[in-house]
Design a protein around this ligand. Sequence first.
Ligand code: ZN
Length: 325
Amino acid sequence: MSTVTCELCPHACVIPEGAAGDCRVRVNLGGRLRATTYGRPSAIHVDPMEKKPLYHFHPGSSVFSLATAGCNLHCLNCQNWQLSQRGGEEMEEVYRADPAELVAAAQREGCRSLAYTYSDPIVWYEYVEDTAALAHAQGLTNVFVTAAYINRAPLRRLCRVLDATNADLKAFDDGFYRRVNGATLKPVLDALVTFREEGVWTELTNLVIPTLNDDLAMIRRMARWIVAELGADTPLHLSRFHPEYRMRNLPPTPTETLRTARSAAREAGLNYVYIGNVMGDEGNSTYCPRDGTLLIGRSGFVITHNALTAQGRCPTCDEPIPGVW
Ligand SMILES: [Zn+2]
């Protein structure tokens, strides 16, 4: 009976034969690690790109989005806990689809991208990699929505087939990661830098939770780190918390908190700071950082206005707006 150490994420689970890692889906079968969810998605939807959320990557397009069961984090406020905190065999509904079937289905649905999302696609790494490579061969792009708790070597390899990511930066505080997510901060920061180094278009989401990570000084520190390590043009989505799962004792984030946080992040030097999960807020939209022209207006996931030039520039001052347009 031989144990196997999983080298995919910083948990570095030592897995006895026949058992699974902390993510519930990476299993030691005869001394070899296998993901039991390969080819077995539990959720498939066609979503607007804005729902990932990606605001600077093919805006207004449809993205074929899928997930399997399992996750390497255990966030107390998980929105998808029925998917993430179970193994594949515990799901009522499991589809069967090999990578070629997924890519064909995406094309049938008129999607130019696939998104690996909802649960953390890190734990179905091989399924992502095979599907994403096929998608590239067909001229489609790949979106990876993740908490970025992954080791550098496997991430670097996966980046070869990824085009964009929305990655969580859950708090700029290691203690928060340990208490709320069952993870640590440093590997996440390293992964974000890796995405940038590998040329994957990167947007960040910070879910602002009342009393837990809404400290303005911390948000400023986080914004300064993003400016220094990832660049001032990295979009940051400050997202509204709703009570979920094991965190029902806290109220939804007040809109005013999000607006104040947005101001602080912009003052720290970030050019594109958004407010998420608040319908109709001016923080849903993209403005020219040089002259304030409204470039892309949004209400929720719907684009209400798009003034970007065909070259992705501000129509008023010709400032190039970073993104994949
Ligand atoms: Zn402008």
